[in-house]
Design a protein around this ligand. Structure first.
Ligand SMILES: Cc1cc2nc3c(=O)[nH]c(=O)nc-3n(C[C@H](O)[C@H](O)[C@H](O)COP(=O)(O)OP(=O)(O)OC[C@H]3O[C@@H](n4cnc5c(N)ncnc54)[C@H](O)[C@@H]3O)c2cc1C
Ligand code: FES
Length: 268
C-alpha cells in the first residue's frame, strides 16, 4: 500500500536571497498544482514545515517556495545549497477560484512574505493576461530591505498597476514609492469596487485592517479572498491540528472568502 506520508525527493536548482531572512528556493519537479495550494517540505533529519507553492503552474519543470527563517526547519532550509535535496508532500488544499476571476478586475494586496501565495496567482494571471481585466498590486513591508521579489516587481509594472509602500521609518533616502501602512494606502488609493475581486495575504493584523478598509470602501465579503495560515502537521485532514470548528484549513482551505471566514467560529 502507498505510504501517503512518503515525500517526493526534489533537488534545489536555484536559490534567490530575497531579504536578509527570506529566500526563494526553486526545486526541480514535474508536479501539477493550482495557485493557492501548499506543500509539506522536509529537511531530512530536521523535520517538515508548510509553505505555499509560490510559482505558477504555467511554468513547467519546477516549483518554488519562499521561506522566512524563523525556527528549526526554516533555519535548516536556509543552510542548504544548490544541488541539495529536500522532501515534498503535496500539493494539498483548495486553490484560488480562478474561474470566478475571469474577465474581472483583480486587486492583490500583500504584506511582507504574504506576497508568496499571491505570487503564484499573479504570475498565472500575467501569463494569461487576456483572461482578466485590470490587475493592480498593492504591496507593503516594514522596510525597503524587507520587500520580496524586488526585481520581478519591476518587470510586473509593465503589465499591471503596482503600488509599493513601506512602514513609516522603513524608507531609504532614495525611496520614491509610498510611505504608510497598507490599509491607509489602500484607503487613499480608493480602488474601484465594481467587477473587482480582492486577493489578500499578509500578517493577521494587516489582513484584519485591510478587510475593514475594504468594507469602508464598499467591497462585499464574498469578493474578498484570503489564504489562512495555521500550524499544520499532516496536511491532509487526518491529525486534527488545523481545524476551526468543522472546517479543516488543510483540506477545505487554505483559501477562503471573508464571507466564509465570518461564518466560522471565532477560534483564531
Ligand atoms: C498553509 C500555510 C502556508 C504557509 N506558507 C508559508 C510560506 O510560503 N513561507 C513561509 O516562510 N512560511 C509559510 N508558512 C508558515 C510556516 O509553515 C512556518 O513558518 C514554519 O512551519 C516554521 O517552521 P520552523 O520549524 O522553522 O519553526 P518552529 O521551530 O516550529 O517555530 C518557530 C516559531 O514560529 C512559530 N510558528 C511556527 N509555525 C507557525 C505558523 N504556521 N504560524 C505562526 N507561527 C508559527 C512557532 O510557534 C515558534 O514560535 C505557511 C503556513 C501555512 C499553514
Ligand atoms: S494538518 Fe492535520 S488535519 Fe489539517
Amino acid at each position: 500500500m502507498e505510504n501517503i506520508y512518503r515525500p517526493k525527493v526534489l533537488e534545489i536548482i536555484d536559490i534567490i536571497e530575497e531579504t536578509p531572512d527570506i529566500k526563494t528556493f526553486r526545486l526541480g519537479a514535474d508536479i501539477s498544482y493550482r495557485p493557492g495550494q501548499f506543500g509539506l517540505y522536509s529537511v531530512f533529519s530536521e523535520g517538515e514545515a508548510t509553505f505555499c507553492i509560490a510559482s505558477s503552474p504555467t511554468k513547467k519543470g519546477y516549483i518554488e517556495c519562499t521561506v522566512k527563517r524563523i525556527g528549526r526547519v526554516t533555519d535548516a532550509l536556509h543552510n542548504l545549497d544548490l544541488g541539495d535535496k529536500i522532501g515534498f508532500r503535496g500539493p494539498y488544499g483548495n486553490s484560488f477560484p480562478i474561474e470566478l476571476f475571469k474577465g474581472k478586475n483583480l486587486l492583490f494586496i500583500g504584506g511582507g512574505i504574504g506576497l508568496a501565495p499571491l505570487r503564484s496567482l499573479l504570475l498565472y494571471c500575467l501569463d494569461k493576461r487576456e483572461d482578466f481585466s485590470e490587475i493592480t498590486l498593492l504591496y507593503g513591508a516594514r522596510s525597503v530591505s524587507d520587500l520580496v521579489y524586488k526585481k520581478e516587481i519591476n518587470e510586473w509594472k509593465e503589465k499591471i498597476n503596482v503600488f509599493l509602500t513601506v512602514d513609516p521609518g522603513g524608507e531609504t533616502p532614495d525611496w520614491k514609492e509610498k510611505i504608510g501602512f497598507v490599509p491607509k494606502v489602500l484607503e487613499e488609493l480608493s480602488p474601484k469596487r465594481e467587477d473587482t475581486f480582492v486577493i489578500t495575504c499578509g500578517p493577521p493584523i494587516m489582513i484584519k485592517f485591510v478587510c475593514s478598509s475594504l468594507e469602508k470602501l464598499g467591497f462585499s465579503d464574498h469578493k474578498i479572498i484570503t489564504t489562512l495560515e495555521m500550524k499544520m502537521k499532516c496536511g491532509i485532514g487526518k491529525c486534527g491540528r488545523c481545524n476551526i470548528g468543522k472546517t479543516y484549513l488543510c483540506k477545505d482551505g487554505p483559501v477562503f472568502s471573508l464571507k466564509e471566514i465570518k461564518n466560522m467560529p471565532d477560534e483564531f
